[in-house]
Design a protein around this ligand. Structure first.
Ligand code: CP
Length: 312
């Protein structure tokens, strides 16, 4: 099975069946990541460009590792090392890369919608590695993968997405992704961190975290995006942590098998306490680990899957 869309820019580019197929394919790649020699010839001769024009640790590194493990030729661009610092436009950067015949570009950019500029300027697959406050679809896929690995299923899970909903591209992809696999997303935040029409998110909305804790299979904590907020959306970080931070007292109010997740980077002591972040109920590092296998699956399936001449 190949994917119906050539690009993954939002969750709308995937069907529910395709999401499950990506997760299943990632499972077979995860086994390779356990081996001493972690390499397959699957994408030999294919060129993958990581165009990261905004900072990243997890996404950039895991796409790089995923490309290497599949034997693709990976080229890494960061903002500081590219001609964008001299004022080159994204469209001209894309046209320049297109002239060098790449097969897939992963792009991270501060402007929402920027991956679409690449689809117009380039004749290759584009994967959104996070665009402004819009979407981050491979983060949602790795989050679904991590939940399924730990909890055994996705359908019927109640997932509280807590915190800075209105500035978060992670929430922008995770909420629709959860709905597509039959889970129940609840966004939990103060009104100042929700969009003005929270009903358009397609999730239930709650303002009191303590009230919904007993219902949650997953508490997905979001970072406060201070760099995107205009003014303080709450009186103080201390006040925010008191009302919306995950801590051991709140964790104790959740069901025994429930888990805590965070896309990283974490603000310890704000949206998640030190002890919860390092507890065995926190899957933060499992999420990072899943990122490599899921991104291997995404690259493999976008570049032809089994039709590319090699099996997962
Ligand atoms: N989760 C995430 O996108 O992290 P990075 O910004 O480090 O890539």
């Amino acid at each position: 099975m190949t994917l119906s869309s050539r690009h993954i820019i939002t969750m709308d580019d995937l069907t529910p069946d395709e999401i499950v197929h990506i997760l299943d394919t990632a499972e077979s790649f995860a086994e390779i990541n356990e081996r001493r020699i972690k390499k397959l010839p699957t994408l030999r001769g294919r060129t993958i460009v990581n165009l990261f024009l905004e900072p990243s640790t997890r996404t950039r590194t895991s796409f790089e590792i995923a490309a290497k493990r599949l034997s693709a030729d990976g080229i890494n661009f960061t903002a500081s090392a590219s001609a964008t610092v001299k004022g080159e436009s994204l469209r001209d950067t894309a046209a320049t890369l297109a002239a060098m015949s790449c097969d897939l570009v992963v792009v991270r950019h501060k402007m929402a919608g920027s991956p679409y500029i690449l689809t117009e300027a380039m004749d290759c697959s584009i994967v959104n590695g996070g665009d402004g406050m819009h979407q981050h679809p491979t983060q949602a896929l790795l989050d679904l993968y991590t939940m399924r690995q730990r909890l055994g299923h996705l359908e019927g899970l109640t997932v509280g997405v807590v915190g800075d909903i209105c500035h978060s591209r992670v929430a922008g992809s995770l909420v629709p992704a959860l709905r597509m696999v039959g889970a129940r997303p609840i966004v939990i935040a103060p009104p100042t961190l929700l969009p003005s029409r929270p009903d358009v998110l397609g999730a239930e909305v709650a303002y009191d975290l303590d009230e919904v804790l007993p219902e949650l299979d997953v508490a997905y904590m979001l970072r406060i995006q201070m760099e995107r907020a205009e003014g303080m959306p709450f009186p103080s970080l201390r006040e925010y942590a008191k009302l919306y931070g995950m801590n051991s007292t709140r964790l104790a109010k959740m069901p025994a098998k429930s888990i805590v997740m965070h896309p990283g980077p974490m603000n310890r002591g704000v949206e998640i306490s030190q002890d919860v972040a390092d507890s065995d109920r926190s899957l933060v590092l499992e999420q990072v680990e899943s990122g490599v296998a899921v991104r291997m699956a995404v690259m493999y399936l976008l570049l032809g899957g089994a039709d590319s001449g090699a099996a997962a």
